[in-house]
Design a protein around this ligand. Structure first.
Ligand code: AP5
Length: 193
């Protein structure tokens, strides 16, 4: 059966990670989060992790090549999966083009971009709340939270237009309970899988 591939998209704190874990389980999708992969490198104390941690703690994007390589290393490990769920990747137009090429080479494409829409104040509220629990350095400083949102608007949001032109853009109301949003996303995935 052909794989159906989704991007879960939205600003920091919009719920991408929370929803991805649940959706991957429900629909047997391969969940790939570049943020999780980078944090695993940091936790393991690798050279790459050491280099990337200062960039991440400022809320800047790591270089495109780093994340493209991480994703490329994973795109063949898809045994028995219904599709990919890319979370926090791509984040630049260059990453999007690289992903499309990787998928095309394997006879696949990006089938749908699910964009979680959450207003600025709600994003900040969620991330400040998480800062107390998660220990993520990029949640601790309100200025870094603002920078992450700015970086999203400037470098990542242009991907929406790119995907809109391809007819795969699907906005989703990202405000509500986790279960409500999960139901909205599940309905959209069910229609396509
Ligand atoms: P990444 O790990 O991708 O983090 P992010 O985009 O900043 O996103 P978050 O994890 O903060 O938010 P989320 O949308 O996943 O929301 P979550 O479900 O966690 O990236 C981190 C860094 O790594 C980047 O800044 C960059 O440096 C680097 N990086 C990663 N990928 C890269 C790439 N491709 N290119 C370059 N650099 C890259 O939810 C947030 C909080 O809200 C949680 O506490 C959650 O419990 C809560 N919450 C979720 N849903 C709800 C709800 N409905 N109501 C109330 N609270 C909720």
């Amino acid at each position: 059966m052909a794989m159906v591939n989704f991007l879960i998209f939205g600003p920091p704190g919009s719920g991408k990670g929370t929803q991805s874990v649940k959706l991957a389980e429900k629909f047997n999708l391969m969940h790939l989060s570049t943020g999780d992969m980078l944090r695993a490198e940091i936790a393991a104390g690798t050279d790459l992790g050491k280099k990337m941690s200062s960039i991440m703690s400022k809320g800047e994007l790591v270089p495109d090549e780093v994340v493209i390589e991480m994703i490329a290393a994973m795109t063949d490990s898809t045994k028995n999966k219904a599709g990919f769920l890319f979370d926090g990747f791509p984040r630049t137009v260059a990453q999007t083009e690289a992903l499309e090429n990787m998928l095309n080479e394997r006879g696949m494409k990006i089938d749908c971009m699910l964009v979680l829409e959450v207003d600025h104040d709600e994003l900040v509220k969620r991330l400040m709340l998480r800062a107390e629990l998660s220990g993520r350095p990029d949640d601790k400083d309100p200025a870094v939270i603002e920078n992450r949102i700015d970086v999203y608007r400037e470098k990542t949001e242009p991907i929406i237009d790119y995907c809109r032109q391809r007819g795969i853009y699907q906005p989703v109301d990202g405000v509500g309970t986790i279960d409500e949003i999960f139901a909205r996303l599940s309905n959209l995935i069910k229609e396509r899988i």
